[in-house]
Design a protein around this ligand. Structure first.
Ligand code: ZN
Length: 354
């Protein structure tokens, strides 16, 4: 029987970029309108304000909370931005004081180039941070990892598998109880690892990586709207990741990695910004994917339950309702402000109604 309505607990975005200033004001309401109880906020905001100290993380949280309406219960879960100067004491102090719920690992290469927006001040020497990971393992502080090798001689499409083998596996062997989230996973081999590894490892998955393969970056010509980091991979990788997600594997959870850039930054012919903005319709996009795979029964855990305790969040008591639209009445808008929405102008057969 065709299911026309899904009721699940209100969801939680495990990976979200809100930016600052005018952009923050533009994009925050999109996630609030999607009924999220909260989100894990990425701290890769412009240098020198990246959330690499307690003071910076508190200032950023204050900027966000000042824009949340008083009747909203949206809970921004802050993250610590790891650098080569990070000490175990700093990470532990901010965690104990409730400033952040996890530490975020962006890696940079020796030239100071990173794998994504604002990652150039990230960790160049992973081994040098091993004392920090030891403290995090001991204290139960999660590590949210952007596992992509960022060296110039690593092929763009192999970045994730190279980092898995070179960085993550040795890290987990050294700290087998460390709780790790493999962020925005795209490589089928990495997904196999997460599903089977005898470690405390989970993965977030974006809506856009479930919906497109790497051809999407080249449709009709270069298509910057579909360019993000990690870049989408081959079709077999997409299908492998998707199989775990819609198959109900509890180690995978929704994290949009919704990352707004204004049109000017996305349309530059040299140095176009990486990032895909899905916040205004993320629930509808995920629901459509699960429906296409005849797997709506697994949607609730993926959106609203899986490994929420890592972020000190509980499964919400409040429910949200997503309905199949009988008419073509849910078209994703093209833009919010100056930011293009992923799949803007496309019809989706599901709509979050309450
Ligand atoms: Zn991100």
């Amino acid at each position: 029987m065709k299911v026309n309505k899904v009721v699940v607990p209100r969801w939680f975005d495990r990976h979200l970029h809100l930016r600052t200033g005018k952009m923050l004001k533009t994009v925050l309401p999109c996630t609030l309108n999607q009924r999220a109880t909260g989100a894990v906020i990425m701290g890769n905001i412009p240098y020198p304000n990246q959330t690499s100290t307690i003071a910076k993380a508190l200032a950023y949280r204050k900027e966000i909370t000042s824009l949340i309406p008083v009747d909203s219960d949206f809970n921004p879960r802050m993250t610590y931005y790891l650098t080569d100067d990070t000490s175990p004491e700093e990470v532990m102090r901010g965690y104990e004081e409730g400033v952040w719920c996890a530490a975020k690992l962006y890696m940079a290469n020796q030239k100071g180039h990173g794998g994504t927006t604002g990652s150039q001040h990230g960790v160049k020497n992973l081994l040098g941070r091993y004392p920090v990971f030891a403290a995090m393992e001991r204290e139960g502080i999660p590590l949210l990892g952007h596992f992509e090798a960022v060296e110039e001689d690593v092929d763009e499409f192999d970045r994730e598998i190279v980092s898995l083998e070179r960085d993550l596996i040795p890290l987990l062997k050294a700290f087998p109880e460390l709780m790790v989230v493999f962020e925005h996973i795209t490589d089928g081999r990495a997904a196999d690892f997460v599903a089977q590894a005898p470690y405390q490892i989970r993965a977030t998955v974006t809506a856009h990586h479930l919906m497109m393969n790497r051809n999407a970056m080249f449709w009709i010509g270069m298509n910057p709207a579909n360019y993000c980091r990690p870049v989408p991979k081959r079709e077999d990788h997409r299908l492998k990741v998707r199989k775990y997600v819609t198959g109900g594997n509890r180690r995978f959870g929704a994290g949009t990695d919704s990352a707004p850039h204004d049109e000017e930054a996305k349309s530059r012919c040299y140095g176009c910004a990486a990032g895909i903005f899905t916040a205004p319709a993320a629930v509808e996009m995920y629901t459509t994917v699960f429906d296409e795979d005849d797997a709506l029964k697994h949607l609730g855990p993926f959106l609203s339950e899986n490994f929420l305790c890592l972020y000190e969040m509980k499964v919400s008591n409040e429910m949200m309702t997503i309905e199949r639209t009988c008419t073509f009445d849910f078209w994703v808008p093209q833009k919010v402000g100056t930011v293009q929405i992923f799949a803007g102008g496309r019809y989706f057969p599901w709509k979050l109604v309450d």
